[in-house]
Structures are given as C-alpha cells and as structure tokens.
Design a protein around this ligand. Structure first.
Ligand SMILES: *Cc1c(COP(=O)(O)O)cnc(C)c1O
Length: 390
C-alpha cells in the first residue's frame, strides 16, 4: 500500500496483497496447503528464513497475511498472527509468552472461556492469576509479584460494559515492567487502539464485529514484533492457524468495518437513550451515556460507545426470562456483533454456573440483559424491545 493512504477507511480497503498476472481488483482466495520451491537451494534458504515467503499454510498464507497486515495497519501494530478463533489467539498468546511459575494480573470481568483458561487450565502449568475489579484498579499494584509478567484486561467488558482506563493500565505496566495485553474485541480497531495507550499486544475475536455478519470464526494477536515472533514460532508448531477462506472473508469484512460500526453505534446509542426513559428498567449501561460510571474514560479512549447495551429489568431472573420469551424480532443467540440484534440474559445462561455473589463481583445482576444492537432499522429494534418490556 502506498504511504499516502492514511485514514482508517482507506487502510481497511487498500491494504492488499500483490496482484497476480491476472490483475484482479479484489484479492483472490489462495486455497493451497503448501508452496513449491525453485530448487534445493531455494528450499534450504526458505526454511532457514533467509527469505520471506510462504512455505506451508500452517505457518503463513497470502490470505491470512493480508488479514494480519490490515489489522496491524488499523491498530498501529508492528506485526501479528491470525488464529482460527478468538480463544486460540488468547490461549496461544499466553502459552507462547509464559512459563511455569509466571503470574498474571487480570481484570476480574473477562470473557467466560478466558476466565476458564485462567482458573482451570493455566494452573495445570503452574501459571496463576490474580484479579482486580473494574472499580478497584488502584489495587493492581498490590497484586503484582516478582513473577508477574502480564497485565490483562478487556474494555468494554462483557457483559456489563464497564470501561477500564487504558492509559492508567499502560502506565502501571510500564512502571512495573509488565506486558499489557488487551482484548479489544468489543471496541474493534475502529473505536479504540490500545497500543496508543501503552498496550504491548492487542487481541481480537474476529468472529464478532470484524466479521460482523455471523458467518465465520477467527482471531488475531497484534503488537510488538519481538513478542509476535514468539507467538508465531509457538503457533507454527502447534497449529492454531486461521483458514485461508475465513481470512479472505474477514479481509473483505474489514473493508466495511467503519460504516458498519458507525451504524451499530448510532443504533446502540438510540436504544440506550430510549431504554433509559422506560418505566420497567432500573439501570442502563452504555459507555457513551452520560450516566455511565466511566463515561469520561470512555470518551477519552473510544471514538464511539460500541454496539453493546446492558440494562437491568425490574423483577430479577423471572422478568429477564419473560422479557427474552416476549421478543419477536431480536434473536436469542450466543454470538454478538452480528447484523442481527441479539439479546442474552447472562444470569440464566452464560454465567449461570457462578454463584450469585460471584456474578455480582463482575456486575451481573439477576435482571441484567445484554443487547448486541444490530443493523436492522432502528424503529423496528426499539419497537420489539418496547413490546417485550410491556
Ligand atoms: C467471543 C470473544 C472471545 C472468543 O472468541 P471466539 O472467536 O469465540 O473464540 C474472546 N474475547 C471476547 C471479549 C469475546 O467476546
């Protein structure tokens, strides 16, 4: 890509692999598991990494490279690697960078499978995690030990859409010589760039708003080149690579990310404003509502508020379930960031295995409902939510 294309939308559209002899306008799909060598010397030099080229699609592929290059451009990152899912990106990042005895300090409110990784799997390799609550970031320093290597967080958080101060986390990480790793899934590279605030690595589940159309799974980790090198070496030997087909889909999706996310955010803000006025609702949380406890931080680090709105219905678990059963347009589904509006009730589904006390620690009350606001007409979304609230 030529250096003159500096804006987000242009980078998302014009970052592209080299054209073939067919001079195709849009990037072709390279479904090939391996690549051929000119001769024995070419093969030797390629394996010795004396030249940059594709060898085998578990290592690199033109389509996955294009997707990674785009995310790097959009996040302001030096380098990256693409994974089959968001969770393989999360797992491979920890597995590549940590060793037995290392310690993680993490925000308490993280994606469910990431939480399970911390509590069930990493301890098997003697890697343990300490947690801080969103409103207790000043406690982080007291959790750091000589073995702490990674400071980890998501912002906005799932499902309660709390906001963590990235600049604050970046400063702590620098002062204590920790790697700051941010799961930027809810914000996308369009709304927030954690590297600007001091993150060393940024992880995305591309399954969500990056695909944005509920079709494919994917993940990516981008950031400091020396760390990505470790993650790449781990991954090329353990095999969590993104498929070329999914990479091709995701690169196409990035071309429309800005316009899609603009509309998602516009719709979500309207939904939040309408819900805030509704008599059957106790509380609405959306980062760009003035009533959000971390509104000022959200304004500082995000372009817009994202597409997730959390709210609490009067009447607890029963009211939450009844609300879900009364929806006619919105889907009940585990995904988020789709064109279709999706509604979930965390207390009776994704977080039902936690005790009530554990749920409250991550801001999940019994009546909490999470809406991933989609791209249907705003009036239709609001009408469906309103009729179900009645
Ligand atoms: C969905 C999600 C993941 C996991 O991504 P998959 O593609 O489903 O593996 C990780 N982090 C966050 C914040 C997510 O929402």
């Amino acid at each position: 890509m030529k250096a003159i294309n500096t804006h987000f939308e242009t980078k998302a559209i014009r970052t592209q692999i080299e054209r073939t002899q067919f001079l195709e306008h849009s990037s072709p799909l390279y479904l090939t598991s391996s690549y051929v060598f000119e001769d024995a010397e070419d093969m030797r030099a390629s394996f010795a990494e004396e030249k940059e080229r594709n060898i085998y699609s578990r290592f690199t592929n033109p389509n996955t490279s294009e997707f990674v290059d785009k995310i790097c451009q959009l996040e302001g990152a030096e380098s990256g690697y693409a994974f089959a899912t968001g969770m393989s990106a999360v797992f491979s990042t920890f597995a590549a960078l940590l060793e037995s005895g290392d310690h993680i300090v993490s925000a308490q409110s993280v994606f469910g499978s990431t939480h399970t990784l911390f509590t069930t799997y990493l301890p098997k390799w003697n890697i343990n995690t300490s947690y801080f609550k969103v409103d207790e970031a000043d406690k982080i320093k007291s959790l750091i030990t000589p073995n702490t290597k990674i400071l980890y967080a998501e912002t906005p958080t799932n499902p309660a859409v709390d906001i963590l101060d990235l600049e604050f986390l970046g400063n702590i990480a620098r002062r204590h010589n920790l790697l700051l790793v941010i799961d930027n899934c809810f914000a996308t590279p369009y709304l927030q760039n954690p590297i600007k605030f001091g993150a060393d690595l940024v992880i995305h589940s591309a399954t969500k708003l990056i695909d944005g159309q509920g079709r494919v799974l994917g993940g990516v980790t981008v950031g400091r080149a020396d760390l990505i090198r470790e993650i790449y070496l781990f991954s090329r030997n353990t095999g969590p690579a993104l498929s070329p087909f999914n990479a091709w889909i995701l690169s196409k999706s990035l071309e429309t990310l800005a316009v899609r996310v603009d509309r998602h955010c516009e719709n979500a803000l309207k939904v939040a404003q309408v819900l805030e006025q509704h008599a059957n609702i106790i509380l609405v949380k959306y980062p760009f509502l003035k009533s959000h406890p971390q509104y000022e931080i959200a304004k500082k680090q995000m372009r817009q508020g994202g597409n997730i709105v959390a709210f609490e219905i009067k009447g607890g678990v029963e009211a939450g379930r009844k609300f879900l059963d009364s929806l006619q347009l919105c889907s009940l589904s585990a995904n988020l960031g789709d064109t279709r509006t999706i509604v979930t009730h965390p207390a009776s589904t994704t977080h039902s295995k936690l005790s009530k006390e554990e749920r409250l620690e991550v801001s999940i009350t019994d009546g909490l409902v999470r809406v991933s606001v989609g791209l249907e007409h705003i009036d239709d979304i609001i009408n469906d939510l309103k009729q179900a609230l009645q």
